[in-house]
Design a protein around this ligand. Sequence first.
Ligand SMILES: O=C(O)CCC(=O)C(=O)O
Length: 244
Amino acid sequence: MSTNTLQECDKNGYDLVRGFLTPENLLNIHAELRLLADAVGARIGVSSAGIPDSEIDRPFVEIVKRRPDWQSILYQRLQQLPSIISACSLPQVREMSQSLLKTTAISVWPRVQVRLDLFEDSKNHIRWHHDYLYNRGTQDSFTFWIPLSNVDASMGLLQIAKGSHITADSFHFEKSSDVNKFDYTLSQDQVDRLDIVVPQSYQAGDLAVFHSKTIHSGALNQNPDRARLTLLFRLQNLHTLEDL
Ligand SMILES: O=C(O)CCC(=O)C(=O)O
């Protein structure tokens, strides 16, 4: 891992690492995503044939368009692909998490996850928050957010507040009670205090890595033909668990 990532995470609370997953890592993950899409799609005439790996979200979008009632089954199966479950033990993940957390005693918390952010899915949209609000465990935690297909601005971009891991406790998060499953957000005057950066596009396999107190927000996907398909997990320092 470059010392740059350590410095960036220290200073800004996040770093963007292009090409974090190797072509071989991606080949394995994409092969399994394709097998899942084709196994489910075969029931309703949807196939991934001809779709490049960089847009492997497309057959999933098509399946959910035709069978909205299958969304949750598809989502659950995405979580359980072997290459997804084992992604957090890839050598570059180990190396980076050990350097960032300064320990080899590391655990995933609460789980490895795949997000499938579909067109205007406001129920699953995560607004302004930091991950410690939702996940707890220990503040000594870094989130690995890795798109599995290419993401452009139409699909909603991650907004990250630079340096907010240091000032997070001075922000007041509000709880809303709307359809959204993730109920924390910030009022506009609180958002105005943030120094927000929005990386404009991601290739499959890029990494955004951020500290548990780094304030960030997802954005609604505005592209009806694409989904933001992301792998994410949080790695925590087992020496600093707060509930013991
Ligand atoms: O992918 C997204 O839209 C946001 C994800 C996120 O903020 C999170 O899981 O903490």
